[in-house]
Ligand binder design. Structure first.
Ligand SMILES: Cc1cc2nc3c(=O)[nH]c(=O)nc-3n(C[C@H](O)[C@H](O)[C@H](O)COP(=O)(O)O)c2cc1C
Length: 190
């Protein structure tokens, strides 16, 4: 698949076919893509926690905040929830701050997920204390991002932005719409 098509396919999916389980090995392979990604000063301070069992997924899910812009939606219901998680941690014994490393790693993972017919959502709105307690994550690790993964079960449509409104929304058929700014708006000339 051409890179542009893969990027286009790599949307933020929040509803999944939860009956489709993800192999642990598949999560390991996705972290293999993060491993090969760029890292500031090549410090490579990121660590990864992988979860794929029904029981473990149920431990991660309550700590996540879904789709703040969809005010009347509380997140995926049982049966539509992710079937795997990759939690990206920053190892504070290696670096004090993590720059954009986790963003780069996350996108590599999400592109790899798309390539293998998975999808997911990067989640930064995390009840961090809750997650740390639930998973017994030591203090030396900063919780940076949770990548929720599964077999997507929603249709996402990219729209051109109207009147500067960046809010994503759902139509009556439950299609998820994501407004994107035009290239003309993004590229500035001084
Ligand atoms: C750094 C980052 C943090 C995000 N955190 C959340 C989050 O906490 N909850 C959520 O539902 N979506 C989250 N998202 C997904 C964004 O809402 C999504 O990228 C945006 O709506 C655009 O949709 P798209 O990814 O399909 O282009 C996050 C995305 C990024 C890049």
């Amino acid at each position: 698949m051409k890179l542009k098509d893969l990027v286009l396919k790599t949307r933020s999916y929040r509803r999944f076919d939860e009956s489709h389980r993800i192999e642990y090995k598949q999560l390991e392979e996705l972290v293999g893509l993060a491993r090969l990604s760029a890292s500031g000063s090549n410090r490579q301070p990121l660590k990864f926690l992988l979860y794929n069992s029904v029981q473990d997924c149920a431990r991660v899910f309550p700590s996540l905040v879904w789709a703040a812009s969809l005010k009347d939606w509380d997140g995926p219901v049982s049966g539509e929830r992710p079937s795997g998680y990759i939690i990206i941690l920053g190892d504070k014994t290696i670096a004090e701050s993590f720059g954009v490393d986790h963003g780069i790693a996350a996108q590599s993972i999400m592109l790899g997920a798309s390539e293998s017919e998975l999808g997911g959502c990067m989640i930064a709105s995390i009840r961090r204390d809750m997650l740390r307690n639930e998973l017994s994550i030591p203090d030396k690790y900063e919780i940076l991002l949770v990548l929720a993964l599964g077999k997507p079960a929603e249709n996402i449509i990219i729209d051109e932005i109207k009147d500067g409104d960046v809010k994503y929304w759902r139509d009556n058929e439950q299609n998820h719409h994501v407004p994107k700014r035009s290239l003309r708006e993004l590229i500035i000339k001084l």
